[in-house]
Write a protein that binds this ligand. Structure first.
Ligand code: NDP
Length: 463
């Protein structure tokens, strides 16, 4: 296999009967192997995904891959445009976008596709948003923005404003896409002239690289009022999980979606093209979890009955192991601006349970390196266990009825225990909840007679 001379360290000696891979420079930190190797492993397909470091002579590398029988390739920075000249065919959408990120083996050579565009569309629609008839404000006019602009017009956006630092780059995309679709949908805007955009409701799609670095602020427009026009905000950046743009969206109460699902779906779609199959939703979810873990590290989720030590243990892990701490009850109280008991009293339990599920879903998308302490009733509702596992590894802090009773008996702030015989109540509730907690968890930890530091170290060494 001559192509293996380009493989990065750690991949050079991999033996398989079928190869797929990625060409790019730099390429060392690519996350694509996580996507493709997870799918292959789950489906029992033997092909292996290899990152190839191509520093020059892309044409020679492409023909070597073809003669060596490589089934398919992803193409990343800086070769998404240049690669097009070495292909036997290019899909019309990729041609109009002007960038190819996926090569599929044909008889005489490779055919080029762009899965970034449908990948982002799938990511957006999977969040319940749609483009048909919508108005969009895009930030940025680089390579990725071309695919986004194409996607917006292709899926029926009625108006798209492209705001960019360099007006000429926005103008070029607008001209190319308006011509490709024979429509006048895209309007280029210099970032200095953002106030020219009519006041309306827009889907905001952030396609600049502003937000990648810690010191970065808002992209292009430093005017929070302007962002009030957003229905929701999508950022192509996925690391960090929350850019200043997405943080602002959340502060304004808007839906905020980062680029991780775009990365996920563009990879899944490439895999489907190479292997002529459909990856099931369940498997996509597994890949998503694997990807999240690879990028953000793992979160720790603590579940269990009241008094089982979730807050104490969570706070200990926060201060001794460098995690952030989040208590779902406190989070809900802050979001709603009232205490849990007031939510119960004024809006009812059903409303509260719905809030819990919404919060879980939100956290499953955005959290990194955090220990999450959950309300005792959280795992009980059907469907919540799935979100808990999506957030991170779930630890059930198990305790006996007598330990729990000892810990909570003097606490008057527990409405469920304000009954004649609180010990009997604890026993009764634990009997029902114990099997549910066990099923919802990845790891069960007996906390009776164990010190907080022992529990914390068991947890952190088992994530
Ligand atoms: P490009 O380098 O082609 O374009 C960068 C864009 O950002 C340009 O519009 C540029 O403006 C703008 N920009 C850069 N620095 C600044 C700054 N300091 N102030 C204002 N504007 C700035 O990058 P790509 O289009 O390839 O990628 C853009 C982002 O999208 C990246 O962060 C990348 O990580 C992300 N991405 C995510 C993917 C995913 O799967 N989730 C896939 C592809 C990209 P100007 O034209 O004026 O130079």
């Amino acid at each position: 296999m001559n192509i293996m001379k380009y493989a990065i360290e750690g991949y050079k000696d991999i033996q398989s009967d079928k190869y797929i891979g990625i060409f790019g420079n730099p390429i060392k930190h690519t996350l694509s192997p996580v996507i493709h190797d997870t799918i292959s492993k789950e489906l029992g397909i033997s092909e292996r995904y290899i990152p190839f470091h191509i520093t020059d002579n892309l044409g020679e590398a492409i023909s070597t891959a073809f003669s060596d029988g490589v089934l398919g390739l992803n193409i990343t920075v800086p070769y998404k445009q240049e690669v097009m000249q070495y292909l036997v065919d290019v899909d019309p959408a990729a041609k109009a976008i002007g960038a190819v990120n996926t090569l599929v083996r044909m008889e005489e050579g490779y055919k080029g596709y762009n899965t970034d565009m449908p990948g982002l569309y799938k990511a957006i629609t999977s969040e319940g948003l749609d483009l048909a008839g919508s108005k969009v404000i895009m930030f940025g006019a680089g390579g990725a923005a071309r695919a986004v602009a194409y996607m917006c017009v292709n899926y029926g956006a009625s108006k798209v404003y492209i705001v960019n630092r360099t007006y000429e780059n926005a103008k070029k995309i607008a001209e190319d896409m308006n011509k490709a679709f024979d429509k006048d949908v895209i309007v280029p805007v210099s970032s200095d002239s953002y106030k020219d955009i009519p006041v309306d409701s827009y889907l905001f799609i952030q396609c600049t690289s502003v937000g990648l670095h810690e010191k970065d602020g808002l992209p292009l427009v430093d005017d929070k009022e302007f962002f009030n026009m957003a229905i929701a905000g999508v950022d192509l950046i996925y690391n960090p999980a929350k850019t200043p743009f997405l943080k602002l969206m959340e502060d304004l109460g808007k839906k905020a979606i980062n680029g991780l699902k775009m990365l996920l779906y563009q990879g899944v779609m490439a895999y489907e093209l190479w292997n002529e199959l459909t990856v099931s939703d369940e498997l996509v979810e597994k890949v998503y979890i694997a990807l999240r873990k690879a990028i953000y590290g793992d979160n720790i989720v603590l579940i269990g009955f009241m008094g089982s030590g979730k807050t104490t243990v969570g706070r200990y892990i926060e201060s001794h192991y460098g995690y952030s701490f989040l208590d779902t009850d406190a989070y809900i109280e802050e979001k709603e601006g009232m205490s849990i008991s007031d939510i119960f009293a004024t809006k009812g339990e059903e409303y509260f349970r719905k809030l819990e599920t919404e919060v879980l879903e939100e956290l499953s998308l955005n959290l990194s390196n955090t220990v999450v302490s959950t309300g005792g009733g959280m795992p009980l509702k059907e469907g919540n266990a799935r979100f808990l596992k999506k957030i991170g590894k779930v630890f059930y802090l198990k305790a006996s009825s007598s330990s729990i009773y000892e810990r909570v008996k003097d606490d008057t702030g527990r409405p469920l225990l304000q009954v004649k015989d609180p010990y009997a109540k604890v026993c009764e509730m634990l009997e029902i909840r114990n099997p549910i907690y066990e099923t919802a968890s990845d790891f069960i930890l007996d906390t009776d007679r164990r010190e907080v530091e022992t529990i914390a170290s068991t947890i952190t060494s088992n994530i």
